[in-house]
Design a protein around this ligand. Sequence first.
Ligand SMILES: Nc1ncnc2c1ncn2[C@@H]1O[C@H](COP(=O)(O)OP(=O)(O)OP(=O)(O)O)[C@@H](O)[C@H]1O
Length: 327
Amino acid sequence: MSIQATHISKRFGTFAALNDVSLNVPDGKLVALLGPSGSGKTTLLRVIAGLELPDSGQVSLAGQDVTNAGPGERGIGFVFQHYALFRHMTVAQNVAFGLSVKNRRERPDKATIQARAMELLKLVQLDWAAHRYPTQLSGGQRQRVALARALAVNPQVLLLDEPFGALDAAVRQELRDWLRDLHTDLHLTSVFVTHDQQEALEIADQVVVFNDGRIEQIGTPDEVYDHPATPFVYRFLGKTNVLHDDGRLEYARPHDIELSRDDHTDFRAGRIRHVHLVGSEARIEVQDAAGRVVSAEMPKALFRDLQVETGAQVYYRPRRVTHYPAP
Ligand SMILES: Nc1ncnc2c1ncn2[C@@H]1O[C@H](COP(=O)(O)OP(=O)(O)OP(=O)(O)O)[C@@H](O)[C@H]1O
């Protein structure tokens, strides 16, 4: 089910949380709303869900105007940042909740509800935990229960607010891959909020970069990473070297900085200030005579081949730069 949000504005008092934001999510896509804290991502998600009424603008689902429809009428599944599971209910009861509170005409019988809950728990690989309570599960497992619960009412649209925010790195990675597969298998249209660039770039079909209540850029992960439309997007998506500002901004990523022991045309001289070896990567800080510090990143083996250490004279060159007009 496609989602269109058109010219959405939303104020809280005098503060403009969303400023004329328009977003089109085609049917079946997984879209990330990415941006710093307070930039309006959650507010847009809540407007799409019907939990917040916009001051102006329109929300449509599959071409139908739902701007004034309540959350229950939109056929949307919602997963919040903090595991909002009911502590006094078992895992299976939590998953069944959405179905068991439907009005009598729409509510399936008890056996059907139980079977559906078990089916969903199998899908999230937690059928073995059906009779446990949420406190007896790990954070990642609880988050999978929250997803199963959101899926119980057969939504065509799934909205996720920082779904993996509170989890450690390994579990986050596992759940990301799993969400991507689930999204494809169930043919959902999903929107998730994150402030983690890696997460957005890894699993989304489209990334929407927010800044200060506005959208800075919408594109595929490759488009926003390789062709950031604004300096803000460039800086937000990864470590940035600012090389020189005479007239315009020149940015380069650390992995695009080439290092050499020898001087060549176009190379600039500097000294190695720090070397951090992190996993398979070497992160090298080079300081030039003017005091500018440039970060370079390369595979550890390549750095070893250079045979230089902290304090050594080196030469560097950006392989690829992006220019912006001076602000
Ligand atoms: N109900 C509310 N009343 C007043 N201000 C609000 C309300 N909800 C959100 N805001 C403000 O609107 C701004 C945008 O909030 P929003 O939650 O959309 O940001 P966000 O990009 O999702 O941030 P985060 O990543 O921290 O969740 C924030 O400055 C927030 O304080």
